[in-house]
Design a binder for this molecule. Structure first.
Ligand SMILES: CC(C)(COP(=O)(O)OP(=O)(O)OC[C@H]1O[C@@H](n2cnc3c(N)ncnc32)[C@H](O)[C@@H]1OP(=O)(O)O)[C@@H](O)C(=O)NCCC(=O)NCCS
Length: 388
């Protein structure tokens, strides 16, 4: 007997990967893939990257408008008051294997933060904003502590006089970063903050729509971000650049990769059909970082890869491509690139969770069933597996 098809399935199977399906309404961010335009709450990413700060963008994503100076100061103070991790979470992290993947460490530590937040399970806007602030303030501390601990070093206590970007670099290296590195990272955090219904943000919305708490939704989002087809691409980009090693090797490497039908990390996008506007800024940073260091090798290889992939396959570089060499030249370990994506994207995830809680309906789509029906149950002793 065929199940009656309801409205959700009446039009046939959904497109693979739900491509083009509108699954939520949101005022947080919009991607115009045809024209390469990204906006957050109405503001073009180029304006924000040029004029704003990550903290201001956090306010924008959570409150749907830019802050006054007083509001921004208040948010910064709240974030800085929350920078320090509960000591229990640091102790828990001490027990993790030294060779654990940093994204797995982040996922587990974020999940554990829940225990030390008395209002973790409240979904009111006020409580959710407090949790969003705590998570945004503490994810950088987890990322830095995980790197210190695996290297046998004590975590560096956060410095409340620094903004999120500077503080992250300070906690990683144990010394204040250069103004230039801090500025570049701050803009990189702006560029990665939100991207509409990408896989991890959609995950966060699905989990929070069950009214599970924010820690649960963010833990799930971190898992989604860790995948090589999503946030995990940036680490793999750097591995590829190192493997290529020189501009002369680019053509041969890519010819072989395409012949083997391998995907080139940092290229292609589910929505953009033209230049990813975030890549425009990161390309410039990669060049600038190389020039300042007096060695543009990684930028030169990146540029050659970009030009060759474009020529051979017509694919554009995405956000992950030039963030890889930019972070690498900042001295950030390669496997922290994706956790740093999370340091930024927590602002968008929590913005979407706040939006979801404010107007919630559990997310429960349908599947187009492709299996058999009306089969007769056969007792186990009578079953035979057809051989082929
Ligand atoms: C981002 C990504 C998952 C989007 O996937 P998608 O929307 O499903 O795009 P498609 O796979 O439909 O791409 C269309 C075609 O381009 C090819 N393509 C897309 N990205 C490619 C890449 N990075 N390298 C090689 N070929 C690629 C696909 O194989 C496909 O070819 P086909 O039509 O011959 O099968 C995909 O481009 C990818 O895997 N990129 C590498 C990982 C990455 O950088 N992720 C970060 C995204 S910000």
């Amino acid at each position: 007997m065929e199940k009656t098809k309801d409205a959700a399935t009446a039009t046939g199977a959904a497109p693979a990967g739900l491509r083009g399906v509108v699954a939520a309404t949101s005022s947080i961010g919009d991607v115009d893939g045809e024209n390469g335009v990204l906006i957050y709450q109405g503001y073009n990413i180029h304006d924000l990257a040029t004029h704003s700060t990550f903290e201001e963008v956090i306010f924008l994503l959570w409150h749907a408008r830019l802050p006054t100076q007083e509001e921004l100061d208040e948010l910064k103070a709240q974030l800085r008051e929350s920078y320090e991790l509960p000591p229990e979470v640091i102790d828990l992290m001490r027990a993790f294997p030294r060779d654990a993947e940093p994204m797995d460490v982040l996922r587990t530590a974020v999940s554990a933060l829940d225990f030390y937040d008395k209002s973790a399970h409240e979904t009111s806007r006020a409580a959710s904003l407090r949790t969003a602030t705590r998570l945004t303030a503490q994810i950088p501390a987890i990322v830095a502590a995980s790197d210190r601990l695996r290297n046998g070093l004590e975590p560096v206590k956060p410095n409340p006089s620094l903004n999120i970007a500077s503080n992250l670099l300070y906690m990683l290296k144990g010394e204040p970063p250069s103004e230039h590195d801090a500025k570049v990272l701050d803009v990189a955090l702006i560029l990665h903050a939100d991207h509409e219904l990408n896989a991890s943000t959609f995950t966060a919305r699905v989990v929070s729509a069950t009214l599970a708490d924010i820690y649960g939704a963010v833990t799930a989002a971190i898992a989604a971000l860790s995948g090589p087809l999503h946030g995990g691409a940036n680490t793999n980009v750097m591995k590829m650049l190192i493997e290529i090693g020189s501009v002369e090797n680019v053509e041969g490497y890519l010819q072989q990769a395409f012949a083997e039908k391998r995907k080139i990390m940092g290229f292609g996008h589910a929505v953009y059909k033209t230049e990813d506007p975030r890549a425009t800024h990161l390309r410039a940073f990669s060049k600038e970082m190389g020039e300042r260091a007096g060695d543009t090798k990684w930028f030169d290889i990146s540029l050659a890869v970009e030009e060759t992939v474009k020529r051979l396959k017509g694919l554009n570089a995405n956000v992950d491509f030039y963030s890889a060499s930019t972070y690498y030249m900042m001295g950030i370990p390669m496997d922290l690139f994706t956790p740093i994506f999370a340091v930024s994207r927590i602002s968008g995830w929590t913005g979407h969770i706040l939006e979801q809680y404010a107007n919630n309906k559990i997310i429960r789509p349908r599947a187009e069933y492709t299996g058999l029906r009306d089969l007769k149950y056969v007792p186990i002793e009578e079953r035979q597996v057809a051989s082929n």
